[in-house]
Design a protein around this ligand. Structure first.
Ligand SMILES: Nc1ncnc2c1ncn2[C@@H]1O[C@H](COP(=O)(O)OP(=O)(O)O)[C@@H](O)[C@H]1O
Ligand SMILES: CCCC(=O)OP(=O)(O)O
Length: 358
């Protein structure tokens, strides 16, 4: 029996997920949900460090995990500099970039920081991040926006999108690097990526006002109206930023980041809940159509994943709009915990060399 233990830490915008693996077997998995009110008391993501770390430690103590035996702590990577896909050992430069949020603020910035803090308290553990949200494989033409002052950037659920792309490829006995797929991750944020033979050549910036709206993000907004609002004198920059991330999307329309609550309300006959849920589904389907054009229609599968992919009404809405492109396959939830842990396990087995963040 494999004794090496790996701790995977995944701070998301609406949850903190933790898993402990013994070798390649999951021995503990927990998803702690955070309400919008609970998180509203923190002005900056780094202020949530103690809150989220304490939850992780308490859950492991309650579950009687032998913490001292953990040899690798792998956090979901955050908004560091754009980097290639892979696993990176946490070093001082990485920590500094996560702390200042060199590309912005997101809960995943805490992944590497908490992993490092926990690893340092253990006798033989090292800390890593894997496939952070800034994995950048975009083609040049996709980077150009409508004004040279603005460049499109790759910020998305890279870890889960790639894990699901690989799982789908395996299910059809092909290699991820040989097929084209469109992956829509439907979580606290929503990203829709065009995977061209193993590279995500275009994807919406899921964090900062691009693509479909999500439980807590506005997605693309009418630019002229937004500019006017910015200079109306009625809002501070912080307030506008919150409209785009944190208090946009479902939170703004419905007062909650819980898509399940909206699903139940819509089922119960609440017309507003149904309209907003349909609008979110409609925007996801439109983005999938865009990515089909990026892949010139050569699409092996459209893969829906993330917590909201549990919602059958939303999934059916999207399927009706996009099934003409390619078969739609649903992977509710995510494969991030396993992906994080397996990256750590491969390092422990010397099967892969962790990359150095510079
Ligand atoms: N069984 C379910 N049915 C419908 N929606 C769900 C279900 N489980 C989770 N969700 C919704 O998924 C969203 C969170 O997705 P998740 O991928 O866990 O996000 P994140 O990692 O960004 O916090 C929440 O809005 C939640 O309400
Ligand atoms: C920063 C892009 C990834 C993202 O949106 O993650 P969450 O859905 O966990 O917020």
């Amino acid at each position: 029996m494999e004794t090496r233990r790996i701790l995977a830490i995944n701070p998301g915008s609406t949850s903190t997920k933790i898993a402990v693996f013994q070798g390649d077997k999951s021995v503990f998995l927990k998803n702690i949900k955070h309400t919008a009110e609970e998180l509203a008391e923190f002005n900056q993501i780094t202020e949530q460090f103690e809150f989220r770390k304490n939850i992780i430690m308490k859950e492991m103590v309650d579950a009687e995990i032998q913490i001292d035996l953990i040899e690798a702590v792998v956090g979901r990577g955050g908004l560091v500099k754009p980097i290639e896909s892979g696993i990176y050992e946490v070093n001082d430069r990485l920590k500094e970039d996560l702390r200042v949020g060199i590309l912005g603020e997101h809960a995943s910035n805490l992944g590497g920081l908490i992993a490092d803090n926990i690893a340092q308290s253990l006798p033989k553990a090292k800390a890593y991040i894997a496939d952070p949200v800034v994995v950048d494989e975009m083609i040049d033409v996709a980077r150009v926006s409508g004004h040279p002052e603005f460049q499109r950037v790759s910020i998305f659920h890279a870890l889960n999108q790639k894990a699901i792309g690989r799982a789908f490829a395996q299910s059809i006995d092909k290699k991820y690097e040989d097929i084209n797929v469109i992956v829509a991750h439907l979580g606290g944020g929503i990203s829709v990526g065009a995977h061209l033979k193993g590279k995500v050549v275009d994807v919406n910036n899921a964090l900062d006002g691009e693509g479909p709206f999500s439980p807590e993000r506005s997605g693309s907004l009418p630019t002229g109206a937004l500019a006017k609002m910015c200079f109306s004198g009625e809002y501070t920059l912080e307030e506008i930023k919150k409209m785009i991330k944190g208090e946009g999307g479902l939170v703004a329309h419905m007062g909650t980041n819980d898509a399940y609550e909206i699903e139940l309300k819509a089922k119960d006959g609440d017309a507003k809940a149904k309209l907003i849920q349909d609008a979110m589904s409609y925007q996801v389907a439109k983005s999938i159509g865009e990515m089909a054009a990026v892949l010139k229609g050569e699409v092996e599968g459209i893969l829906l994943t993330g917590g909201i992919a549990h919602n059958p009404d939303l999934v059916n809405y999207i399927k009706e709009m996009v099934s003409f492109i390619a078969p739609v396959v649903v992977y509710p939830g995510e494969d991030e915990m396993k992906a994080l842990a397996m990256n750590g396990y491969m390092v422990l087995r010397n099967e892969i060399e962790p990359k150095v963040y510079v």
